[in-house]
Design a protein around this ligand. Structure first.
Ligand code: C2R
Length: 184
């Protein structure tokens, strides 16, 4: 059973202790196939940081660095990562390969990087065979990938559930403001 406790020394991360008083951070890995995906990856990171979640960012590729990808996926759980966001364009195999290896939930984020407008990566990521799900978000949907990771983690961390509720209230407030501006 994990207990959560905030300590003043650390302001940004909520520290999680298990029964043996070992410390865990809420941690999400944001991995991308190429540095050319970073702009979209940064949108996920921005959301995660807004929720005070620790982020590990990597460039790994199932195609170009397959052994590093396998190593990452094998070790992710033991390294305290709880959710993985895997970002890739074109024939995007990164999320699927990682999901094949790790028991952790994998969110696939397709990139609009080729002549096919991202449809190629969307289908490569979403059409997983049964037994190996990848929770796929929209093409270039960096924010939603981050938010989905927050929602997955909030099953375990009640603080995140509350923050997520606040986030939705704030979003609704902004829409109401827009409505007030255009309403005739
Ligand atoms: P470059 O811009 O480096 O040529 O990469 C990357 O995610 C990127 O969107 C072009 C695109 O290739 C993708 N890539 C994959 C994988 N590794 C790189 N789809 C993979 O392992 O699936």
């Amino acid at each position: 059973m994990l207990k959560t406790r905030k300590i003043s020394r650390v302001t940004h991360n909520i520290l999680i202790y298990d029964d043996k008083e070992r410390v865990f951070y809420m941690k999400v890995a944001v991995v991308m196939g190429s540095i050319s995906d970073k702009e979209v990856a940064d949108k996920s990171v921005e959301i995660l940081e807004k929720f005070d979640i620790d982020v590990e960012m990597r460039v790994i590729s199932a195609h170009r660095t397959p052994y590093e990808t396998m190593e990452f996926a094998k070790k992710a759980e033991d390294e305290g990562i709880e959710v993985i966001i895997a970002i890739a364009g074109k024939a995007a195999h990164l999320a699927g390969v990682i999901a094949a290896i790790t028991p952790l939930p994998v969110i696939g984020l397709p990139i609009k990087s080729s002549t096919m407008d991202g449809m190629d990566s969307l289908l490569s990521i979403v059409q997983m065979p049964k037994g190996v799900p990848v929770a796929t978000v929209a093409i270039n949907g960096g924010e939603n990938a981050g938010l989905l990771a927050v929602q997955i983690l909030s099953v375990k961390y009640p603080e995140l559930r509350n923050k997520f509720k606040e986030y939705k209230i704030e979003m609704a407030k902004q829409v109401k403001e827009m409505d007030a501006k255009v309403k005739k």
